[in-house]
Design a protein around this ligand. Structure first.
Ligand code: SF4
Ligand code: SF4
Ligand code: FES
Length: 238
């Protein structure tokens, strides 16, 4: 196994070739904020929260998909990155309809946490106020598209861990939305096993358990970690 040595925020780090900057930073105890990244499923670099500066490269790079290189010098918390991170969160709030006070994930939401962390008290961008729907056709769960940030975690856990592939992304750009089945109500999609993995993966209150009221959404992330671990170690195969 080949090892790469690099510097992150002035700290020397040694890690296996092929590792990402995010993994190297974690190894070094340096926190890089993320939203679309979820341990155990593929990384898609959709949210741009994890952007870092690499010396000698003029553009900012997403740490979750950028592999380390020998003698790379990475900065994770410069004033420029702080400004971009704040802008990313402001854009997410302006793009959807996020009313935290009536959300099931209030106080337990990764988007809300990100806003608090970057010190966002308002957004400088005009709100789009999109007209989005809520689907409560599933007997146990619901999806409120108003709170969706298109991180696609639900798409990836359902496909890669559960193997059901109920979710996907329909349309493009500002018209994009998370779609169930062949654009059917979630409750009519036979492939759904009602496992709840998408509920546990969703960073916001977009996918929730029915009957959950404001601030009550809890996620069982340990369940996802357990399943990924078991799969990777082939604990269930002969
Ligand atoms: S409950 Fe399970 S099978 Fe159904 S959509 Fe969510 S992750 Fe997929
Ligand atoms: S429903 Fe939740 S997990 Fe799925 S894309 Fe939207 S915010 Fe992400
Ligand atoms: S966590 Fe890297 S782009 Fe979203």
């Amino acid at each position: 196994m080949s090892v790469r040595t690099l510097t992150i925020d002035g700290q020397p780090v040694a890690i296996a070739e092929g590792a990402t900057i995010l993994e190297a930073a974690k190894e070094a105890g340096i926190h890089i904020p993320t939203l679309c990244f979820l341990e155990g499923v593929s990384a898609v670099a959709a949210c741009r929260m994890c952007l870092v500066e690499v010396e000698g490269i003029s553009k900012l790079l997403p740490a979750c998909v950028t592999q380390v290189a020998e003698e790379m010098v990475v900065h994770t918390n410069t004033p420029k990155l702080q400004e971009y991170r704040r802008m990313t969160v402001e854009l997410l709030f302006a793009e959807g309809n996020h009313v935290c006070s009536i959300c099931v994930a209030n106080g337990n939401c990764e988007l809300q946490d990100a806003a608090i962390k970057v010190g966002m008290d308002h957004t400088r961008f005009p709100y789009r106020f999109p007209n989005r729907s809520v689907d409560v056709s599933h007997p146990q769960f619901g999806i409120d598209h108003n709170r969706c940030i298109l991180c696609t975690r639900c798409v990836r856990v359902c496909d890669e861990i559960e193997g059901a592939h109920v979710w996907d992304v329909a349309q493009r750009g500002t018209a994009a939305y998370i779609v169930s089945g062949l654009n059917q109500p979630w409750g009519e999609v036979d492939a759904c096993t009602s496992c709840g993995k998408c509920v546990d993966a969703c960073p916001t209150g977009a996918i929730f358990r029915k009957g959950t009221t404001t601030a009550e959404k809890q996620r069982d992330r340990a369940k996802l970690e357990f399943l990924v671990n078991a799969r990777e170690k082939h604990e269930w195969t002969r």
